[in-house]
Design a protein around this ligand. Structure first.
Ligand code: MG
Length: 204
């Protein structure tokens, strides 16, 4: 199982990070050791002073996918969730400045909290119009809607599968909307897909 994460897929977020809008999807991978399940507590690693949440719609692949045409891509998933792409922002900034890969900022252990159970896509009328959000200590701090994506889910799957075969159970983090920010020890995080709570855990 692999985790593929899309970067810079929401205009306002691209602006907040002062990046240029990408012409093609940008993606990177996290290993399976990045998963954090069961609403286990997340421990801020010691190599960062600026640990950011990124709240993202996550799509689970349900078949083998290689170089699929966009118009068939919707057949490749039927379950979704909200996950967090935890990012060591200070470390990422340093990697970008030096032209180095992002793995140490993005792919570290437990950097991808996900619910144990995904939601059936059939619960939602349109993959391209799904709201999700993150509350920290009871206050909403990030909200997004998939209608604001630069590249929609089907475009992402078509693009990724040109380079990398997708397998059953692979997970795609589809990018974060505007409003990323830091977490601190003691924070209580709750993530929602529409009104359904998907994550509920503590930062330590
Ligand atoms: Mg992200």
């Amino acid at each position: 199982m692999k985790i593929i994460c899309i970067g810079m897929n929401y205009r306002e977020h691209v602006r907040e990070l002062h990046h240029e809008e990408p012409k093609n999807p940008v993606f990177f991978c996290k290993p399976d050791t990045a998963l954090l399940r069961n609403n286990d507590s997340f421990y801020i690693p010691d190599f960062t002073q600026e640990l950011h949440y990124e709240t993202e719609l996550v799509v689970k692949i349900n078949r083998l996918v290689k170089a699929i045409d966009r118009k068939f891509a919707s057949r490749c998933y039927d379950e979704i969730a909200v996950g967090i792409d935890f990012t060591a922002r200070d470390v990422q900034r340093e990697c970008i400045a030096k032209g180095l890969p992002w793995e140490i900022a993005k792919a570290f252990d437990k950097s991808a909290p996900l619910p144990n159970v995904f939601a059936p896509l059939s619960n939602f009328p349109d993959i391209n119009h799904i709201h999700f959000r993150l509350d920290i200590n009871g206050k909403t701090c990030q909200e997004g809607c998939t209608s604001d994506m630069i590249f929609d889910v089907d475009t992402l799957i078509a693009y990724i599968s040109r380079f990398m075969t997708l397998k059953i159970g692979d997970l795609i983090f589809t990018g974060t909307p505007v409003g990323v920010g830091p977490v601190h020890p003691g924070d209580h995080l709750e993530a929602y897909l529409e009104d359904q709570k998907m994550l509920d855990f503590e930062v330590r």
